[in-house]
Design a protein around this ligand. Structure first.
Ligand code: UDP
Length: 267
């Protein structure tokens, strides 16, 4: 059986973290293949449940967090797909001589995946964010993508005490695709730790995407995103992020140092 991970996309290491060289088209195809595999197994009632596939959207904050938290670095290393998220990741890839065509973010990915889900009939579950936000995000996506099979929506929390309740809800929902909005690194670690128990084919951490879709947090205008300045917009609108985002200049510096170190020197 082939899986997209076995297809071995080209990938690169940015400060020790793997980033797969995929665009949205390849990401959607991978998710599609995984869901089809999972459904085929269900139809055959094969005993061994297919392994959950985990997608992580790797931006510079992820990379800097992974450098501080080995447990998170292990989760990213084990993920089935680490998409390039963030203009800093595209810039670092270009420096490394690997031009990537686009950012594959959770905030855009949730739209692309829900659009495909509506076409293909994938059942989608929305887990996370503040109470009521997941339901609002699901309703908005169902409005945008008519026919979207919403398997359920629930805030829950990544706390262990909430797990039995979440497990019960997911077992009843029979979802193919699970979006988890608990912010990084928690959401990604949460998925990884429960990968043998989550009854879905594919799980993806989406950070603040439900907040964007539900209109709780405004997203940067498209033209600003096009200029690669979404991070600046978020910083101005959500100044409490400044401590987290302080890691970004350090990321840029470390990438540059690495680039100088690895650059072939002329004799
Ligand atoms: N969140 C949550 N439970 C928690 C911590 C966070 O539901 O215990 C949600 C929060 O409401 C928000 C999202 O997780 O919707 C975090 O969004 P953020 O943009 O900070 O994600 P990141 O950029 O860290 O991935």
């Amino acid at each position: 059986m082939s899986s997209p991970r076995e297809q071995r996309w080209a990938s690169l290491q940015i400060l020790g973290v793997r980033v797969d060289c995929v665009d949205f088209h390849q990401t959607l195809d991978a998710v599609s293949a995984w869901i089809a595999q999972s459904r085929a197994r269900d139809e055959k009632s094969e005993d061994a449940a297919p392994r959950l596939r985990q997608v992580c959207t790797v931006n510079p904050e992820f990379i800097m967090t992974a450098r501080r938290q080995p447990a998170f670095a292990k989760v990213l290393a084990a993920a089935d797909l680490c998409t390039p998220d963030g203009v800093g990741v595209l810039w670092a890839a270009r420096l490394a001589g690997v031009p990537l065509t686009e950012r594959v973010t959770g905030s855009d990915g949730i739209h692309r995946l829900c659009q495909r889900a509506a076409q293909q009939g994938w059942r989608v579950y929305f887990l996370g964010a503040a109470p009521g936000v997941a339901e609002r995000a699901a309703a908005e996506l169902a409005r945008l993508y008519p026919g979207l099979p919403v398997a359920g929506a629930y805030a829950g929390s990544p706390a262990q005490a909430d797990w039995p309740q979440i497990r019960r809800r997911l077992a009843a929902a029979r979802a193919d695709l699970l979006f988890v909005a608990y912010g990084h690194p928690r959401q990604d670690i949460w998925i990884h730790q429960r990968r043998d128990e989550l009854p879905v084919a594919v799980a993806l951490g989406v950070g603040g995407a439900f907040d964007f879709v539900a209109g709780v947090t405004p997203r940067a205008p498209r033209w600003l995103r096009g200029l690669g300045l979404e991070w600046l917009y978020r910083l101005v609108r959500q100044p409490w992020r400044s401590r987290r985002m302080a890691a970004l200049p350090l990321f840029a510096l470390m990438v540059l140092v690495e680039w100088v170190r690895l650059r072939p020197t002329k004799q």
